[in-house]
Design a protein around this ligand. Structure first.
Ligand code: AOF
Ligand code: ZN
Length: 364
């Protein structure tokens, strides 16, 4: 790499770092960072997007700018927007600043932008370089990009199991398989997500809280999917004072008279079947980029089959539950041949005390 390219990469990496400061707060918006250099290559301003409704990264960088950007260079990890949304278009600010060249890492998949921002910049005579640090930028905004392309939320499936692959005893008891450190890691992991999904069985069996225990200011939305609506009238999830709860039910099988058991503070939506894709779509429509499925075997299997899961996180404890009828993390995928089985990629392994955490991606 030439010396010049090394420095362009350095500035784009700075923009990506700034973007990452908004990691758990920008949803439904993307993570964006912007860096401005003057015509001599000196850093004169920078900014990042913190929250939807607040200034975009470029706008923040221009707001802070007290030197002339004419003839300068800008680095942004996402194509500047050209639409009037919650905030005015960034391209107009870039054009009026007199900047000569802009490095953009990836195109904005939002249909209101999607190449139109780049076109306007070029038409205004600004040199546009697209693709610097593309891999890192795609990784940072993978959930935002996934939602915009598929209209579904980026799904991560999480489960905890014993070393013999069991998630509960045959009587349903599972407290606790993993150690305290792993469990508290799950609480902070939840902060990366906009929603956490469980099924009715998990609610009845575990009565979970599904919160980050305060590590995120606005707790993720807690979502219960039920086929029957036969949910208990008392549950930790019905207290919505710290985190909101949404119950999604399958109207083809549910008994709607059970709706009276739910307090008014719980939101309710109905879907026409038990296809998890419908849950993912509802959440994407609500602006959820990234959702965590913490569900039991039946919903987990269906979520994988309907391509709602893009990554998995499993915690494995060195404990043996045994028993042919202990619970598995999944139901039957009906595979007949070894070439049909699901193969995951990009595995990362870490040790949490005596537990093992494995993260892997789906190729779909
Ligand atoms: C940028 N820079 O920092 C961000 C952008 O409702 P709004 O006005 O916040 O617009 C949201 C859309 O703007 C979002 O879907 C994405 O296309 C773009 N986000 N664009 O130029 C930024 N956050
Ligand atoms: Zn913008």
């Amino acid at each position: 790499m030439s010396k010049k390219n090394v420095s362009h990469t350095k500035w784009m990496k700075r923009a990506i770092f700034l973007a990452s400061l908004g990691r758990n707060t920008t949803s439904p918006n993307p993570n964006v960072g912007a860096v401005i250099l003057d015509k001599n290559g000196n850093l004169i301003s920078e900014g990042f997007h913190y929250k939807a409704g607040m200034p975009h990264a470029e706008a923040m960088a221009f707001e802070k700018l007290n030197k002339n950007a004419k003839g300068g260079t800008m680095y942004v990890n996402l194509e500047p927007c050209c639409h009037h949304g919650r905030t005015p278009p960034c391209v107009e600010k870039v054009i009026s600043s007199g900047i000569k060249k802009i490095y953009i890492s990836v195109k904005d998949p939002d249909k209101r932008v999607s190449g139109k921002g780049i076109k306007l910049l070029k038409e205004a005579g600004i040199q546009v370089d697209l693709g610097l640090c593309k891999k890192e930028s795609l990784e940072l905004n993978k959930a935002f990009i996934h939602r915009n392309i598929t209209n579904k939320a980026f799904g991560v499936l999480k489960w905890a199991m014993s070393i013999d692959g069991r998630v509960a005893l045959k009587n349903g008891k599972s407290k606790w398989i993993t150690n305290e450190e792993s469990r508290s890691l799950v609480h902070s992991l939840r902060a990366e997500f906009d929603a956490i999904i469980i099924g009715g069985n998990t609610l009845r069996k575990d009565n979970p809280l599904l919160t980050t225990r305060g590590s995120k200011k606005t707790e993720p939305l807690r979502v219960v999917f039920t086929k029957s609506l036969d949910l208990p009238s008392k549950s930790n999830l019905w207290d919505c004072s710290r985190a909101k709860t949404l119950v999604i039910y399958d109207s083809s099988t549910a008994n709607e008279s059970y709706l009276t058991r739910l307090p008014k503070s719980v939101e309710v939506e109905k879907v026409s079947s038990d296809n998890p894709e419908l849950i993912s779509k509802i959440l994407a429509d609500r602006g959820c980029n990234k959702v965590l499925w913490e569900c039991g075997p039946r919903l987990a299997t269906a979520a994988i089959q309907s391509r709602c899961i893009q990554e998995i996180i499993t915690f494995i404890a060195p404990k043996i539950l045994g028993g042919e009828n202990s619970m598995n993390p999944f139901g039957d995928f009906e595979f007949e041949q070894m070439n049909e089985i699901i193969k995951l990629s990009d595995s990362q392994v870490s040790l949490i005390g005596n537990d093992i955490c494995v993260k892997s991606s789906f190729k779909n």
